[in-house]
Design a protein around this ligand. Structure first.
Ligand code: PMP
Ligand code: GLU
Length: 386
């Protein structure tokens, strides 16, 4: 069949594809522990369920406003104002979308296009490359190295910058690395981007899942950085609600307006009932207790996972400071695709190979699964490599 050139280089999301395969294997009766897709396994917070049911029972059936229901835009504005140093955020600075994934697409489609280049530090979340390519712009991968904790170097950005460079993706805490950028680096990045008129697309979906403080430092905490920054976050990770598909963008109202126009021509916005559920958690007095409760359990699981994998010949593990993944280095091969395949088929554990993140020679393991699954999964990984 002939498809349009728009999708000439489109590949399905590797993370979602591998997790779908693991689920199919489980459904066929195979014993597979799925440590592939990053999906926290906690149940939806009660306060969100109640708000959703109440909204459904109210009988409202109409379209919500395209940029999001006003109460949720205000709640996001208040949340971001009170948890970053961005200053007073107004509802006009907020666009609600169907997850951070749609927010990233909207932002990229509005800011980048053919002839533009967008810098994407590796290891990267795979959808960044696909999304930038769909806009017609060219993603330019910025290498980092494991030894330095995948720390982004301004020298590398400068080396890869060209007159066509229009954007830089940041993701701290990072997927898959789990690394958290410190304030000093964020200040340097903000200064460099402002000097060169480059947009920062700051994907902060793991901001609250940080093990070195109650929240990772945000680029929005850097004074004067916000003019050319879009801050993206949502409820998928911090509130363990990935299936509710709510994410948001905070940025200059002019950009938010364009992104909303795009959304009005594509999805008409996020599902109303899910927006009411998101509003309930974000406006709840229990909000921070919910997040920090999840975070504390995840920190324990991270420690269990690091301890279980440390010392296994052929594996090198760094302790991540945030997010929900161990990004384990394979010391004797760079063919992580083959290792992940064998680990799945022979070892009964689904993982994501480093090739998906632009850094072959690694395996990503999601530890945000139940204690029982984690224990069994780690035992299988240990058995497989031993
Ligand atoms: N960014 C990163 C770094 C992610 O890991 C994910 C995966 N959930 C997303 C964005 C997409 O999140 P959402 O569920 O809000 O679309
Ligand atoms: N973000 C998660 C991951 O990296 C979920 C899958 C996806 O949206 O790509 O595994």
């Amino acid at each position: 069949m002939r498809f349009s050139t728009n999708i000439a280089s489109l590949v399905p999301s590797a993370t979602l594809a591998i997790s779908a395969r693991a689920k199919r294997m489980q459904a066929a009766g195979e014993s597979v522990i799925d440590l592939s897709a990053g999906e926290p396994s906690f149940p939806t917070p009660e306060v969100a369920i109640e708000a959703c049911v109440e909204f459904a029972r109210s009988g409202h059936s109409g379209y919500p406003p395209t940029p999001g229901i006003p109460e949720l835009r205000s709640a996001v504005a208040a949340y971001v104002s009170s948890t970053t140093a961005m200053g007073e955020v107004e509802p006009d600075n907020v666009l609600v979308s169907a997850g951070v994934k749609q927010a990233l697409f909207n932002a990229s489609f509005c800011l980048f296009g053919p002839g533009d280049e967008v810098l994407v530090p590796a290891p990267y979340w795979p959808s960044y490359l696909a999304i930038v390519s769909l806009t017609g712009a060219t993603p330019v991968v910025v290498p980092t190295d494991f030894g330095s904790g995948f720390r982004l170097q301004i020298g590398e950005l400068e080396r890869l910058r060209s007159p066509a460079t229009r954007g830089l993706f940041l993701n701290s805490p990072g997927n898959p690395s789990g690394e958290v950028y410190d304030r000093d680096l964020l200040e340097q990045l903000a200064g460099w981007a402002a000097e060169n008129d480059i947009w920062i697309i700051s994907d902060e979906i793991y901001r609250r899942l940080c093990y070195a403080g109650d929240s990772a430092t945000s680029i929005c905490d850097v004074p004067h950085a916000v003019e050319r920054v879009l801050h993206l976050d949502g409820i998928s990770k911090a509130f363990s609600m990935p299936g509710w598909r709510i994410g948001y963008t905070v940025g200059p109202s002019e950009v938010i307006g364009k992104m909303s126009a795009l959304q009005s021509q594509t999805t008409s916005g996020a599902v109303a009932a899910a927006q009411h559920a998101a509003l309930a958690v974000l406006a709840s007095p229990e909000r921070d207790d919910i997040v920090l409760g999840f975070r504390d359990i995840l920190r324990r699981r991270r420690d269990v996972a690091v301890e279980a994998l440390n010392g296994i010949p052929g594996l090198e593990v760094r302790v991540p400071s945030g997010a929900i993944y161990l990004y384990v280095r394979l010391t004797s091969t760079s063919d992580s695709m083959a290792v992940a395949e064998r680990l799945l088929v022979e070892g009964g554990v689904a993982s994501i190979p480093g090739e998906a993140f632009g850094t072959p020679g690694f395996l990503r393991l999601n530890y945000a699964v139940s204690d029982e699954e984690l224990k069994e999964g780690l035992a299988r990984v240990r058995g497989f490599f031993s």
